[in-house]
Design a protein around this ligand. Structure first.
Ligand code: NAD
Length: 467
């Protein structure tokens, strides 16, 4: 039987980062995944393919609606959906093969098959052809991720009623896409298909977007999405979806309790994800779970109740974000190697890749008020920024919340072009415990979009030189 210092089950952003770092630290590692292509949900069917589609669909819509404003005339803009999807697949192939390279470089042995814990130190791997093999780990890391939640009454068939797994591959643009859930997936994939020509209706249980994010920013994002033509039904509950010929009838309950039916061609169920531990054998060997079905760990060291078995990423508590899993992967590898791995959960960025993008770190006004924390606010708008004007992308704003007494940053919210990249500056500021004035006094290259962050930071102190 092959023996390893660490056996990692699941090669998504949590698992492969743990493997790469542990290998780099000289530990003998094995990584198991049922997909031959490493990278898990994120690289294969999640973050990466959806971003490829978002970028392509952005170009398509831009060419149709905005290029002429730059004085660039392109005639009749047409969509080649097959080519667009093929490009997305190529991007996925390139990034997943990059992970293979990373594993080889760090001397991590890859096993393709489904991993199952058969004892506290043994993992059985079942290959697609049914062949079984057992390997042994001094330590084991569970990084099996999550799968889309399916709800009763909405039987997913992969064609008319789909999850994000299928919505990245629709063979034609639906006439009417009904999206269940105004979460990140619903808004991102809804944006893709709207840009490509679908009518998109989003049905959401709650009264607003982005749960705990600052309401002003969430409302502005909603206004932008509505202006683009996305339709929203808030405080509506989906009861069932039924196929009727080539259409799907979606029955929803209105806020007044009455039922109404929406007719769509495709229904995207995007109501969240659940931790994936089916068939893992974790319960059978005595690993404890939380009430909400996640694996229970000590958040300081990621140990389960069986101390040499660790768990990270979507299977444990916390936001289901690839970068959260990555950082836990890094931390757990270092902890197993005897170092002091650590994740700062106060500085985890959120990004929604709509257009304009939405990105934030920390807490919004409503959360701070509820917690009784006194704060100051600074705001700045992209419409006053030279680079945004040059790009013809002036929608959105930056809002900074800082402690009233100490000026320490509490929350930074960006709605605007390339917010996803700009939030990195703010995360770094959070890591250093920076004040708003620290950002306001840091030189930002001119002209750049990031000057809006600086301007908002100066506005916190009431000395914004450009306002
Ligand atoms: P989500 O939790 O972000 O949103 C689900 C939404 O569905 C919620 O607003 C919820 O109120 C609503 N909902 C639940 N049941 C409903 C019902 N019966 N009818 C109507 N609405 C209902 O989940 P998601 O968008 O499916 O994404 C899953 C996970 O993947 C999330 O944790 C998300 O953070 C992650 N993800 C992140 C990104 C990113 O960071 N850009 C992108 C995609 C996915």
């Amino acid at each position: 039987m092959k023996e390893f210092d660490i056996v990692i089950i699941g090669a998504g952003p949590g698992g492969y980062v743990a493997a790469s770092r542990a290998g780099n630290l000289g530990l003998k590692c094995a990584i198991i995944d049922k997909r031959a292509e490493l990278g898990g949900t994120c690289l294969n069917v999640g973050c990466i393919p959806s971003k490829a589609l978002l970028d392509s669909s952005e170009h398509y819509e831009y060419a149709k609606k905005s290029l002429q404003d730059h004085g660039v005339l392109v005639g009749d803009v047409k969509l080649d959906l097959k080519a667009l999807l093929e490009r997305k697949d190529k991007v996925v192939r390139e990034v997943t093969s990059g992970i293979d390279y990373l594993m080889k470089k760090n001397k991590v042995e890859k096993f393709t098959g489904t991993g199952k814990l058969v004892s506290p130190h043994e993992v059985e791997i079942t290959a697609q052809d049914g062949k079984k093999e057992i390997i042994q780990g001094k330590n084991i890391i569970i990084a099996t991720g999550s799968v889309p939640i399916e709800i009763p009454g909405l039987p997913v068939d992969g064609q008319a009623i789909v999850t994000s797994d299928h919505a990245i591959n629709l063979p034609q643009v639906p006439e009417h896409l009904v999206v269940i859930g105004a979460g990140v997936i619903g808004l991102e994939l809804g944006s893709v298909w709207r840009r490509l020509g679908a009518r998109v209706t989003v049905v959401e249980l709650l009264p607003r977007l982005f749960g705990t994010a600052d309401k002003q920013i969430a409302d502005l994002a909603l206004r932008a999405l509505k202006q683009q033509g996305m339709e929203f039904l808030f405080e509506h509950k989906v009861l069932k979806a039924e196929k009727k010929g080539s259409k799907v009838n979606v029955t929803v309950q209105q806020p007044d309790g009455k039922e109404t039916v929406l007719m769509g061609d495709v229904v995207l169920v995007a109501v969240g994800r659940r931790p994936f531990t089916d068939g893992l054998g974790a319960k059978e060997i005595g690993i404890e779970f939380t009430e909400r079905g996640r694996i229970k760990v000590d958040r300081h060291n990621y140990r389960t109740n069986i101390p040499h078995i660790y768990a990270i990423g979507d299977v444990i508590d916390g936001p289901m974000l690839a970068h959260k899993a990555e950082d836990e992967g890094l931390a757990v590898a270092e902890i197993i190697a005897g170092q002091k791995g650590h994740v700062n959960y106060e500085a985890i960025p959120w990004v929604v890749y709509t257009w304009p993008e939405v990105a934030w770190v920390g807490r919004g006004e409503e959360e701070l008020t509820a917690a009784g924390i006194a704060y100051k606010v600074g705001k700045s708008y992209f419409k006053a920024n030279g680079r945004a004007k040059a790009m013809h992308e002036t929608e959105g704003m930056v809002k900074i919340l800082a402690d009233k007494k100490t000026d320490r940053l509490l929350g930074v919210f960006i709605l605007g072009p390339r917010a996803s990249d700009m939030i990195a500056e703010v995360v770094l500021a959070f890591e250093f415990g920076a004040s708003a004035e620290d950002i306001g006094r840091s030189v930002h290259a001119h002209p750049t979009l990031s000057e809006v962050i600086r301007d908002a930071a100066q506005a916190v102190g009431g000395w914004a030189v450009n306002q």
